[in-house]
Design a binder for this molecule. Structure first.
Ligand code: DGY
Length: 429
């Protein structure tokens, strides 16, 4: 399939999943608006319908809480079979909740970077002026309400906040959680996707238990930092946050807004990042379990995100690429694995080819890693991953994730961000 034809299909899919003010990430599996999905969808839309792309972002921001929190799901639309339903979250018990139904947790803060990217391609000064205060407020919330140790590193309180929901990074922390009185619930995620491609039941039960803890605490940020059983400093989340701060700073300068506060966040995060995450013996970045005061020594593709964030030194980048990314025992294609980029190293005993974040290829991770590699001048490798990504999309369609052994599709069909990112891959294809 030629690239122009693939982009025609991508455009048609984004139109098909258009629900008015927002775009469904997946027509059946994800029928509401998800935070980082929406950012990427807006980027895709901006290639052929800029006004609609701006609407996507305005809709997402309409779910922002009064204290700045930008939720991971905004429920604009009619009831669906998606669980948790809006009512399950009980956000109305928090005085900062917005007038629209949302979840009570957040997601990786990719939005500012996406807006800056759009800004480099289009003249949208009025829009930037309009959304800047909301972006600043979200970043401020992350650097204050989620900073447990004044390190500039944000904590996440739920695996869903990492965007990599059932990554083996979270297994040990999840195992330490003993769910009690879990409310009755019926999973909606296995109605449209085979259970073997979705999280294990024991993990899912903990996902729901955590939400129940949060709603009992009425989503009070201080109480959640003090008592959430899951409290983690995540390499991926903080790398994206640092990059987003950098991009926010550029927007601030353009608008003639002060930058001191943003500089403080960035300097603080940089000063603590290596100490908390870098494992010099392994040559890997590891997440940190704050509740258990322990490094999480699991090898997943999250370790490459400091390249996207621009936080790794040249030496660290070299080790990540040469010892891990290009290593056929971990991430590089080999006899068994034909495609870039398995989201968990094959060396991990928990690796699974088709289960959600346990091993499949995700187009978003490929894109984040490609962007990071380019930042550090690994252009040939970035090009190889980009070509492979395009091949996957052309051969197996816009799926949520892909089996790295044969490239067959898994999870949701007609997945919006896989289509949206096709537009980013077209450069140099
Ligand atoms: C789900 O329902 O699995 C979502 O990924 C949570 O955001």
């Amino acid at each position: 399939m030629t690239v122009p034809h693939l982009l025609d299909l991508a455009r048609a899919l984004l139109r098909k999943n258009d629900a008015g003010p927002f775009t469904k990430p997946g027509p059946n599996q994800y029928p509401h608006q998800w935070n980082w999905d929406s950012a990427l969808i807006a980027l895709g839309l901006s290639h052929f319908d800029l006004p609609r792309a701006l609407t996507e972002i305005r809709s997402l921001l309409s779910g922002q809480w009064k204290d700045g929190m930008l939720p991971h799901v905004v429920y604009h639309s009619d009831p669906s079979d998606y669980f948790p339903s809006p009512a399950f979250w009980q956000i109305e018990n928090n005085p900062n909740a917005p007038g629209i139904s949302t979840s009570g947790i957040t997601q990786p803060p990719l939005l500012t970077t996406i807006i800056r990217r759009m800004r480099t391609r289009h003249s949208i000064p009025q829009f930037i002026g309009e959304v800047y205060p909301s972006l600043l407020k979200w970043h401020r919330w992350l650097h204050t309400s989620r900073d447990a140790d004044k390190s500039g590193l944000a904590c996440i309180i739920h695996p869903w906040e990492s965007g990599t929901d059932d990554s083996p990074r979270w297994l040990e922390v999840m195992a330490s959680i003993r769910p009690q009185d879990v409310p009755d619930f019926r999973r909606g995620d296995t109605l449209h996707v085979p259970a073997a491609e979705r999280p294990h039941q024991a993990d899912y039960e903990r996902f729901i238990y955590l939400i129940d803890v949060f709603r009992r605490e009425k989503y009070d940020p201080t109480a959640l930092l003090a008592r959430s059983p899951f409290l983690v400093q995540d390499v991926l989340f903080n790398s994206i946050l640092h990059r987003a701060d950098e991009d926010l700073r550029v927007l601030a300068e353009e608008l003639g807004q002060p930058t001191d506060e943003i500089d403080d966040w960035m300097n603080n995060l940089r000063a603590h990042f290596d100490r908390q995450f870098w494992d010099n013996a392994d040559g890997l970045y590891h997440d940190y379990d704050r509740r258990g005061s322990a490094s999480i020594s699991v090898n997943t593709a999250a370790t490459f995100l400091p390249l996207f964030g621009g936080i790794a030194s040249r030496e660290q980048a070299k080790r990540l690429v040469e010892e891990h990314l290009q290593n056929p025992l971990e991430y590089a294609p080999n006899q068994k694995i034909r495609h870039w980029l398995t989201t968990t190293s094959q060396s991990e005993p928990t690796w699974e080819a088709r289960r959600y974040w346990r091993g499949p290829v995700w187009i978003i991770l490929n894109w984040l890693v490609i962007e990071g590699l380019r930042r550090y001048d690994y252009n040939d490798l970035a090009g190889a991953i980009q070509r492979d990504s395009l091949e996957l999309l052309a051969r197996s369609g816009f799926r949520e994730y892909y089996d790295p052994r044969d490239g067959s599709g898994c999870g949701s069909t007609d997945f919006s961000w896989s289509a949206a990112l096709a537009f980013e891959f077209k450069e140099g294809a």
